[in-house]
Write a protein that binds this ligand. Structure first.
Ligand code: 4AD
Ligand code: MG
Length: 481
């Protein structure tokens, strides 16, 4: 008999009542030798299966342990007990895979609350917990919403390379990719490693961003987006940084900074709305989890709103838009500054630290903020120089509890200014000939941005460590599985 997934059973139980069905899944709990809680990953809820233990062999019943995999046949009936609408009256039991109780003892499958740190070490079994089941179902929904958003608006999904020879973006430290013998690499006259003999005949790295490649396609196809893994080798061991993370980078010909901000805002709102609409039970579970976690924090670090209200707030309220220069004014005039509560200095020209960003988002405005027009010196070479000659058409989106979630800009489309910028930044323009072509054959204003996928998933799930929203986190000294 074909199995039915538990999510389908619970969604359409009226039609199935009284029918004989088969379900397959893993045991979450087995009480009184009678009630099996079966979960198959299709949703948060378990299906209760009722076993008449007098009918079954004791040896078989002993194998129904937490974590074991079962195939159960039976009649779906309205439940007698509280806590579930329907239950399965079992007529057939097949043990698909045993789970040894001694092994289970050492794992997350014991019925108690585990720390997220402990769960991170359980590569396989953390997927079986309610929290991570919810997080990874939502992670899928966010990815799907992103593709749907762009598809509805006529964008093309562009696959940009993971191995790249361009290191000009300046977004961060890179991981080298090589097939040279690490112990005995070929050396050039200067005694340095000679990458001419390497696989690609030159030094290459894992990409930090697909933007430069996306610009080539956008100035032909009109509007494209990338959605792929990106790599940064900074040694940042924070709750918001991964060495391997996923980024979404739309790039749009003919868009200016205003259009870019409008697109970002519509995009982030769309994702929040999609998740609220499609992930009800998982979000509700995480809201309760988040509420418990918030209660443990000192009062001044707590979110004032619950998870669902935070998502609704983003959907319903316009993001606050202001320039970097205005933000610096606000910081300098704040009591926080006057009382010397910022650790890092504040003055025009500094790169904002996360304490400054958090002050603006969480204390001053209490809503998502888009900061624009940063000093040219602290932003990438490709950002468009403003009339004032000292700021660029950059934008960063800052979210409560997360900090920077999006970074983007209008691009410098004027060839001469771009070349001059490269010189100032010490970027070897000859290596970027393929990029400069976009400024030679019908150059147009264009703009784009990058959304950190995991930071978005953190926001919609309320998880406070980025390691807990990616299945296999890569961070310094951590790549065991
Ligand atoms: O601000 P970033 O470095 O921007 C770029 O790479 C541009 N090329 C984007 C563009 O204009 N097309 O990175 C974009 C976003 C950040 O705002 C942040 O959300 C995320 O990527 N991000 C990280 N997420 C996790 N771990 C890290 N180490 C991250 N570094 C950046
Ligand atoms: Mg940035």
């Amino acid at each position: 008999m074909k199995r039915i997934r538990i999510s389908e059973i619970l969604a359409g139980h009226e039609a199935l009542l009284g029918q004989e069905i088969t379900v397959k899944g893993w045991v979450r709990a087995f009480r009184s030798n009678r009630f099996v809680q079966l979960n198959d990953g299709s949703c948060m809820a378990n299906l209760q299966a009722v076993i008449d233990f007098e009918q079954w062999d004791e040896v078989l019943l002993k194998r129904i342990t937490t974590a074991a995999a079962l195939s159960l046949r039976g009649k779906l009936v309205a439940s007698q007990g509280a806590g579930q609408v329907v239950e399965l009256q079992v007529t057939g039991i097949e043990i698909l895979g045993d789970a040894h109780p001694d092994d289970v003892q050492k794992t997350v499958m014991q019925p108690k609350r585990h720390s997220l740190e402990f769960l991170r070490e359980q590569a396989h079994l953390r997927f079986r917990t309610n929290t991570f089941g919810a997080v990874f179902r939502i992670r899928h929904a966010v990815a799907f919403a992103i593709h749907q958003f762009f598809n509805e608006r006529g964008f093309y999904y562009l696959h940009t390379p993971i191995i790249t020879g361009s290191d000009a973006e300046g977004a961060g430290e890179m991981f080298r990719v090589t097939t040279l013998d690490a112990k005995n690499p070929p050396l050039n006259d200067e005694g340095k490693v000679d990458f001419k003999d390497d696989f690609f005949g030159k030094a290459v790295n894992l990409t930090v961003s697909g933007q430069l490649e996306a610009e080539l396609a956008a100035t032909a196809l009109g509007q494209v987006y990338t959605f792929g893994p990106t790599f940064r080798a900074e040694n940042s061991n924070t709750s918001r940084h991964l060495a391997e993370f996923w980024m979404i980078e739309p790039e749009v010909a003919f868009n200016d900074l205003q259009d870019n901000m409008d697109l970002t805002e519509a995009f982030l709102k769309y994702i929040c709305a999609y998740v609220l609409e499609h992930c009800g039970a998982d979000i509700q579970f995480l809201q309760d989890r988040d509420a418990q976690e918030q209660a443990q924090k000192p009062a001044n670090e707590r979110h004032e709103m619950g998870l669902i209200d935070r998502l609704k707030f983003v959907i319903e309220n316009p993001f606050k838009r202001l320039t970097y220069t205005e933000a610096i004014e606000i910081l300098l005039n704040s009591n926080h500054y006057k009382k010397k509560k910022f650790k890092y200095p504040v003055e025009w020209g500094i790169d904002l630290q996360s304490e400054h960003e958090r002050y603006l988002v969480e204390k001053e405005f209490n809503c998502p903020v888009i900061l624009t027009d940063y000093p040219a010196k602290i932003k990438a070479f490709y950002m468009r120089l403003n009339e004032d000659g000292k700021t660029v058409a950059a934008m960063d989106v800052l979210f409560p509890g997360i900090g920077e979630i999006v970074g983007g800009s209008q691009r410098e489309e004027r060839y001469e200014i771009l070349v001059q910028k490269c010189e100032e930044f010490g970027i070897p323009a000859e290596e970027l000939w393929w990029y400069f072509d976009t400024r030679k054959f019908g150059t147009v204003p264009h703009a784009g941005f990058g959304l950190g996928f995991e930071r978005m998933v953190m926001f919609v799930t309320g998880m406070s460590n980025i390691r807990d929203v990616i299945p296999f986190p890569r961070t310094p000294l951590n790549a065991e599985f």
